[in-house]
Design a protein around this ligand. Structure first.
Ligand code: ZN
Length: 408
């Protein structure tokens, strides 16, 4: 929190210093826009040196970090609206992947994934020649593995943006005692866009949030059920943060929403996933691998591995939780029968990190695939979403009734 305040203060000073000088920032301030505007970007260079320039309306504060496996450079910024065309900052030279976007309401991030060990030899903010804005100039150069490892070791993450803390965890409406609490998790978010639709270029993070809202509202109309969202806006949450939010809010269920893409564009329909060490099939394994990349895309330094199962009670809890997860998955698929199209063998399993809460029964629901035109249409259709929300609510009620009947 302290860091956050200092960042905000630096930011305010920077704004005050340039407000009169720059027409662009004057307009932005007049509109009450606190975020920086990154309105232009360019990247030039080869696999030995690569230069990135980003144009801002006001001078950005920034911090640089390095992460290994794979080698990445992370640039943390205050809240920023990225307004330039994606093609202007397409990966090239020393970088094979470039992502940028929101981390939370106070911060944004650029993650540069390198083709080999790199270092930022020069990083500075300078006034544009025309005096219209400010540019962030980053010059990357190749280095060797030992030097890169030194950079990783020598750095401090004190300037870590607030997204790494759990201070922004939303609380559900005060649950009555005995309320059945459901965590509705909109997959992806912020810098992690998830999949992109074939036709409309819809981003998975928006599809999942829109649907999660509908589902939570629908669940909250049921007496005795309280649903809440793990994220309520376009922010990034790491996979372990999602799990932690569910646990801290005493969720009885965790449902993660997705709408991914497949190479096989003809495959369509819903799928329900539960966790397992060994994947049920190749499709499930590939999907889990891609979902588990979320933290890496966002430049999360290291995800803590779940503790070793030394405790026999924890082991028993896990097994029981897994049995409940499977029963929830079956309840969901029963509610879909003759109502919603599913893929073949619609209950699959794999090592999804977001499903690893030892004590909260969890499923990951692929609503459909953004790689399929028909599915994409449905995912954006209000009537279909409402129907899907109703069916899932029936499934949750059915699951809960079975739990009560079994004394759970
Ligand atoms: Zn996804």
């Amino acid at each position: 929190m302290r860091t956050k305040r200092i960042r905000a203060w630096l930011f305010a000073v920077a704004v005050a210093a340039t407000a009169s000088a720059s027409l662009v920032s004057h307009i932005a301030l007049a509109a009450g826009e606190k975020r920086l505007l990154a309105y232009g970007a360019r990247i030039v260079g080869d696999d030995a040196r690569t230069r990135i320039v980003i144009d801002f309306d006001r001078p950005p504060t920034f911090s640089i970090h390095y992460i290994a496996n794979p080698e990445r450079v992370v640039i943390d910024l205050p809240a920023t609206a990225f307004g330039f065309p994606a093609k202007d900052l397409e990966a090239r030279g020393l970088f094979k992947d470039i992502r940028y976007g929101t981390m939370d309401e106070d911060s944004a991030r650029i993650v540069l994934t390198a083709t080999k060990p790199v270092r930022i030899g020069l990083a500075k903010v300078q006034v544009d020649e025309g005096g219209k804005g400010q540019r962030l100039v980053l010059e990357a150069e190749m280095t060797d593995k030992a030097k890169f490892d030194e950079l990783v070791k020598a750095q401090s993450w004190d300037e870590q943006p607030s997204s790494q803390t759990t201070s922004t965890i939303p609380s559900p409406e005060k649950p009555g005692s005995g309320d059945f609490i459901v965590a509705v998790d909109a997959g992806h978010g912020g810098i992690d866009t998830g999949a992109i639709g074939v036709d409309t270029k819809t981003q998975e993070k928006d599809v999942t949030l829109a649907f999660a809202r509908i589902l939570a509202d629908r669940l909250n109309r049921e007496p005795g059920i309280k649903a809440f969202l793990t994220r309520t806006d376009d922010s990034f949450l790491s996979l372990s943060q999602r799990v932690e939010i569910a646990r801290q809010n005493h969720a009885a269920l965790f449902v993660s929403m997705h709408a991914d893409t497949l190479r096989q564009k003809d495959i369509r329909g819903a799928t329900v996933y539960t966790i397992s060490d060994k994947a049920s099939d190749k499709l499930a394994a590939d999907l889990a691998d891609r979902e588990n990349l979320s933290d890496q895309i966002a430049g999360t330094a290291t995800t803590t591995e779940p503790p070793e199962v030394a405790d026999i009670l924890l082991d028993l809890t896990r097994r029981e939780t897994q049995a409940f997860s499977i029963s929830l998955a079956e309840s969901v698929l029963a509610s879909f029968k003759d109502q919603v199209g599913t893929i073949n063998n619609p209950h699959r399993h794999a090592g999804f990190r977001v499903l690893q809460a030892p004590d909260v029964p969890s499923i990951l629901l692929e609503l459909g695939f953004l790689s399929n035109r028909e599915d994409e249409k449905l995912l954006l259709d209000d009537a279909w979403r409402t129907k899907m929300g109703g069916l899932l609510t029936e499934a949750v009620k059915h699951y809960r009734a079975a739990m009560v009947a079994n004394g759970g």
